[in-house]
Design a binder for this molecule. Sequence first.
Ligand SMILES: Cc1cc2nc3c(=O)[nH]c(=O)nc-3n(C[C@H](O)[C@H](O)[C@H](O)COP(=O)(O)OP(=O)(O)OC[C@H]3O[C@@H](n4cnc5c(N)ncnc54)[C@H](O)[C@@H]3O)c2cc1C
Length: 492
Amino acid sequence: MQRRDLLKSAMAAAAVSALTLKQAWAEDVPAISLDGDSITLDKADIRDFADSLGGIVLQSDSAGYDIARQVWNRFWNRRPALIVRCISVDDVVAAVNFARSHSLLTAVRCGGHSMSGKGVCDGGLVIDLSYMNQVDIDVDKKIAYVQGGAQLGDMDRKALPLGLATTAGVVSHTGVGGLTLGGGMGRLQRRFGLAIDNVLGVEIVTADGKVLTANDKENPDLYWGVRGGGGNFGVVTKFIFRLHNMNPMVINFGIRFPMAVAKDALKLYFDFTTGADEDLFILGGVSMREDGTGGVSIGGNYFGPPSDVDRVLKPLRDFGKTTSDRVIPIEYVKLQQVADDGLNAPGKRRYAKGGFLREISDDLITTMVERMEPLASRSFSVGLLPMDGAPSRVGASDTVWAHRDASFNIDSTSTWAMDNTDVDEENISWNRAYWKDVEPFTRGFYVNQLIDENQGQVNSNYGANHARLVKVKNTYDPTNFFRLNANVRPTV
Ligand SMILES: Cc1cc2nc3c(=O)[nH]c(=O)nc-3n(C[C@H](O)[C@H](O)[C@H](O)COP(=O)(O)OP(=O)(O)OC[C@H]3O[C@@H](n4cnc5c(N)ncnc54)[C@H](O)[C@@H]3O)c2cc1C
């Protein structure tokens, strides 16, 4: 038995033994309703609910509550009334039915990486799927069956040793659930499309507590909606992904340029990346650390023959002026974990804005570079990711993702220490001011980068797909039970 499987059985056993201890539920629990009103959850109802589960229910004085309510972005310090750690589809159904019958505000949590902390809520119920992380691979059919609480690493570690992969994000502790439902960008997207372009179907628990299958034959409207419509339609308990043949070894490269040549280096990035070989995945960025040092990075991966890499990267090298230049062969499964630490590790406070570039110009580059300012309490980075290749060959209404014509995704992220709440306001308003100058070069944003956009911006971001999304919402979630997301408001 592998260590991971052992850990999983241990967690399931812990869940069961916690149940056999029979939690006391001595008090009624104050909570918040779907509409934001104060309500009280009767202790007998909570006990019946907890007794019906294979998993466990945590409340504020339970052991493990403070860890279970933590999310990746420690800016959010929310205190749910209850957290239910589900271990089966039946648990998810029971949780949805309990919350609906009490009109209880409900958040759904997979990897907990939502920038706006949507996987946790104050005073409500958190449906925590993180124990539901099983991944099964059908090698012959090249299909992965992935439970709704799995992290990207759970999927990669099962598929890659079999020579198979699908598009997943670049940090292995991100949740498959949130990442996929919002779209899912990653290293393989230029070859194989977004994560949603590889979803063949889902199993989903809808607001009425039903377990539905959605694919191109069964509930096709729901199948369309979950491919980019986020958590609006229910709790996905299983994703079915198309897998592709994947070479185990790939090339990882990273080249850095000093701040003094930042504008020229960014121009080089845009020129090099636009129309590049689809075997290349190229992230770009300009960043500034707390001490004012920083620069431009161009890094990524080459999936073609390793012997070609010098020829492919030559235009970057010819530019010269690099402060570092690194090219290494690496196993793809390891590559998917190289960005797990540092700025991407959980446990810091962050604020980020994002959008899709509609214009690449000298003005944009000047704005990106000249608006950067050092600040002792913050590190700041602007990231770029190309959206051409396979994602751009899918129709704008084939899935919910309406931005198939985008050239690049751009985001600006501020990161500061977990306990340094004093600089929250300063960092957030500085990032907003930076973004105010960059935003005119963008049109629309990635729903998974939603932070504080208002309902009008969310609606128009879905573009021409919004009206169809509302119809799907009216059918499957007419009371807007699932509302902590890039929300589609029902009209019934
Ligand atoms: C370090 C880091 C790296 C990232 N890298 C990438 C990347 O490479 N590519 C990319 O596209 N994005 C990336 N993102 C953004 C990421 O896609 C979003 O943050 C996404 O919401 C994370 O999903 P999660 O399950 O971890 O988050 P959670 O906070 O657990 O969930 C977010 C929301 O998704 C919904 N949800 C999650 N699971 C389910 C489910 N099973 N059923 C129904 N609804 C569900 C819920 O509405 C929930 O509120 C990254 C984010 C971080 C923090």
